[in-house]
Design a protein around this ligand. Sequence first.
Ligand SMILES: [Mg+2]
Length: 310
Amino acid sequence: MNNELNDDTNKGSSILIVDDNPKNLQVLASILRTSNYKVAMVKDGAKAIKFISSRKPDLILLDIMMPELDGFEVCQKLKQSKTSKDIPIIFISALSETEDKVKGFEAGGVDYITKPFQQQEVLARVKTHLDLRNAYKKLKQAYKDIEIAAKTDSMTKLSNRLDIIEKIKYEQRKYQRSGNPFSLILSDIDNFKLFNDKYGHDCGDFILIAVADIIKSGIRKQDTAARWGGEEFLILLPETDKPGGESTAIKIRERLISKTFEYNEHPHKISMTFGISTFNGQGIDNCIKMADEALYKGKTSGKNCIVLSD
Ligand SMILES: [Mg+2]
C-alpha cells in the first residue's frame, strides 16, 4: 500500500460511520483501522445526531439509504448546527446516478464513496478531506494570529497605536451616548536615552518590557495600555474621571520606583513622568494633546511626577 496514505498528520483522527447495514459498518471500520483511525459506529440517523451532540469526530461517513432519517436529512441537520457544521461528511452510496450525487453536495457533503468499497479509494478520500480540514483549521488560526499581531506592539505585547486609537474612538462614541468621561494617561520613561547609551539597546529593550509589565499590572481589565512611541506609553481608562486617572498613575509610579530592575547583574532604577487628560467632548486629538502638554510640563519641572491637564 502507498505509504503516503499512512503518514502521521491524520493519525488517530476520529471517524464516525453511520450505516444501517452492520456488514458495511464492519467492512469500513476494518479498512479505517488499518490506517490507525479511531472508529465509532452507529446504525441510524437519529443515533448519529445524538452521538454528535456530545462528541465531535473529525470526519463522518454517512450512508444515504437508511430507514426513517436518510443520509441527506442527517447531513442537512448536522450542517445547520454550529457545533457540527464544520465536520466533513462523505456519503456512502450504492447509487452512482448523478442526480443523487448533486443532491448530496447540495446537502453539504464533501465527497462520495460507493459500494462495494475499494480499500485504497476509501482511505484516499478520507485522507484528502482530513488534510483539507486540517489546512482550513491552520488557515483560520493563522488569520487569528495576524489579526492579533496587527493590533500588538511586538516588543512589549501591549496594544499598538492603531489599536488604542480604535478603542479611544469607541469610548468617544460611548461618551456621546452616556456623557461618562474617560481619561488618558500619557507617560514617558525618564532619561531613557541613558540606558541605551550606557548599557546598550538590549538593556533599553529590557527596560521597555519591564515597564510594560508594571503598567499592565497597574491597570484594570477594561483599560488599554499601548506603546505610543519609542519610550512613550498611552493608557486609556474608560468611565474614569481625572481623580480616577490620577490614582492609576500614582499606583503605576509607586510600583515602578519601589522596584529595582536587574539587567546583566546591574541594578537599575526606573522612573516615569505622567500627563493625564480627561475627555469632555473636545475631540480625540485635542485630548491626547492635553495629556502630552501635561507630560511636557512634568518633564520640564523635574520628571518622575504626575501632572493633570487643566
Ligand atoms: Mg443503507
